[in-house]
Design a protein around this ligand. Structure first.
Ligand code: DI6
Ligand code: FE
Length: 402
C-alpha cells in the first residue's frame, strides 16, 4: 500500500524537520506489516509508484500510539471510593481500611478468565479509539498464583481478539493480601516468585513490575523478585515515588529497568540513576489528576538530565479510570507542562522504549506499519483537544481497521 499526501509526523527527526520529524505532503510505502519507505512525495522512488494508493488528503499521519502502562484487566469498579474521596478520605486511608486495590482483588478473584477478557475488551476498544496500536497490560489484582496467571492469560487473549499488540507485565507485587499481612517476605516467596516462574514458563510475561510504596513493598522486599526476573532474562519496571520517596527508582535503575513510573516524589539522585541507566520516566497524569495530587513529577529536571519521558493512561479502576491516550497527553501538557511534542514522543517513540520494543514508535523503513491518520493538520492538535479524539483511521500491521 502507498499512503500519499500525508502530513507526516515521523517522530524520527532529521535535520530541519523539528522534533516531530514533520514532513508535509509526504508518502509512506508499506509492505506486509512493515514500513518500506517514508519521505516527501517528490522524492518517492519510482518502484513504489505502482503500489495501491490511499490518498490521505493532507491528514496528519503519526506512528500508532502506544499505551505503555495499563491495568486494563480487572473486574468491578471503584466509583464508591471516588465518592468517599470526595468526602475527604485519602487513597491511602481507603487502602489501609481494606478498600482500594484489595476491593478490586476480591472482584477479580471472583471472575473467570473469560469474564476478565470480556470486561477488558471494551476498555481496550476505547484505547484503540484514541489511537492505540500497542497496549501494555499488567496483572496485580489476583495476588494468588492461580489468579495472577488467570489475569495474564486474559491479557494475552486481548491481542487475539483485537487489532492491537498486547505486552503483558507481571505485577504480583502490587499489594499485600490480607492473609499475608505482616508477612511480606512470605508473600514474595509463596506468590510473587512462583507466579513469576509459572507465568514465564507459559510464555505469559514480557516484563516484571512492582509497587514500591509504604502501603505496598519496600526496596528490600523487592530485591529477591527483581533478582529472579533478571535471572530469567525478563526486563523490570517499577511503580516508584508515586506517593512518597522510597528510593525505588534508583533501585530499579540498578536493575537496568526499562522504566520507572509515576515519579511525583522522585529525588535528584533518582533522576541521575535513571539518566545513567537509560531508564524511561513514565508520566501518569491520570492518577495525579484523580488523586488530586499537588506534588508534580520533576519534569524540568528530567528534561535537563536527558531522561526520556513517556506518557500513559495507567488505566485502572482506582487511581486512574482513564481510557484515552490523547486525553493523557492533554493532561501531561496542562498539568505537568510537557510540550505537545514531548507528549506525542511520550505515546510513540519513548513509550516503545519503555516497553523494550525497538520495532515501533516511529515512522521509518523496517519498522512495524502501525499508523494513525488524524483529522488534524498539526501534531499539537492531538494534545490540545480535551476529550475529543480526532482519530480518522488506524493502520495496524499494514492494514486499515475494517
Ligand atoms: N499505582 C497505581 O496507580 C495503580 N497501581 C499502583 O500501584 C493503582 C491501582 C488501583 O488503585 O487499583
Ligand atoms: Fe499503575
Amino acid at each position: 500500500m502507498l499512503l500519499t499526501h500525508a502530513t507526516l509526523a515521523t517522530m524520527s527527526p532529521i535535520p530541519g524537520t523539528g522534533g516531530y520529524g514533520l514532513i508535509p505532503d509526504a508518502a509512506v510505502a508499506l509492505q506486509g506489516d512493515r514500513i518500506l519507505w517514508a519521505g516527501p512525495m517528490a522524492d518517492l522512488p519510482a518502484e513504489y509508484r505502482a503500489l495501491p494508493e490511499h490518498d490521505c488528503q493532507g491528514r496528519l499521519v503519526t506512528p500508532g500510539l502506544i499505551d505503555c502502562h495499563t491495568h486494563a484487566v480487572h473486574a468491578g469498579h471503584r466509583a464508591v471510593e471516588f465518592e468517599l474521596r470526595l468526602q475527604g478520605a485519602s487513597y491511602e486511608d481507603i487502602a489501609r481500611a481494606g478498600g482500594g486495590i484489595l476491593s478490586t482483588v476480591t472482584a477479580t478473584r471472583a471472575a473467570s478468565e473469560d469474564q476478565l477478557l470480556a470486561l477488558a475488551l471494551p476498555r481496550i476498544d476505547q484505547l484503540i479509539a484514541s489511537g492505540a496500536t500497542t497496549v501494555e497490560v499488567k496483572s496485580g489484582y489476583g495476588l494468588t498464583v492461580v489468579d495472577e496467571l488467570k489475569m495474564l492469560r486474559a491479557a494475552r487473549r486481548i491481542g487475539l481478539d483485537r487489532p492491537v499488540t498486547v505486552r503483558t507485565t507481571h505485577l504480583a507485587a502490587h499489594a499485600i493480601p490480607p492473609d499475608y499481612k505482616g508477612r511480606t517476605a512470605d508473600y514474595i516467596a509463596e506468590v510473587a516468585l512462583p507466579s513469576l516462574h509459572a507465568g514465564h514458563k507459559e510464555g505469559l510475561i514480557d516484563a516484571v513490575d512492582a509497587f514500591c510504596e509504604t502501603i505496598a513493598f519496600s526496596v528490600a522486599d523487592l530485591t529477591p523478585l527483581f533478582a529472579q526476573a533478571r535471572a530469567l532474562g525478563l526486563p523490570v519496571k517499577l511503580h516508584a515515588e508515586q506517593l512518597t520517596d522510597q528510593g525505588g527508582t534508583a533501585f530499579a535503575a540498578r536493575h537496568g529497568a526499562l522504566s520507572a513510573d509515576h515519579l511525583e516524589y522522585l529525588s535528584p539522585e533518582g533522576i541521575a540513576a535513571m539518566a545513567s541507566a537509560g531508564t524511561v520516566a513514565v508520566i501518569l497524569p491520570g492518577a495525579f489528576y484523580t488523586l488530586r495530587e499537588t506534588q508534580m513529577p520533576p519534569i524540568a529536571a528530567l528534561r535537563a538530565a536527558g531522561v526520556a519521558m513517556a506518557v500513559a493512561t495507567d488505566l485502572n479502576p482506582g487511581s486512574s479510570p482513564l481510557a484515552s491516550l490523547t486525553l493523557a497527553m492533554n493532561m501531561a501538557c496542562t498539568l505537568f507542562r510537557l510540550t505537545p511534542e514531548e507528549a506525542l514522543m511520550g505515546t510513540t517513540a519513548h513509550a516503545a522504549r519503555a516497553l523494550g520494543l525497538a520495532d515501533r514508535g516511529r515512522i521509518a523503513p523496517g519498522l512495524r506499519a502501525d499508523l494513525c491518520l488524524w483529522d488534524a493538520d498539526h501534531p499539537a492538535e492531538l494534545a490540545y483537544r480535551i476529550g475529543a479524539t480526532p482519530l480518522h483511521s488506524r493502520i495496524f500491521g499494514g492494514r486499515f481497521d475494517a
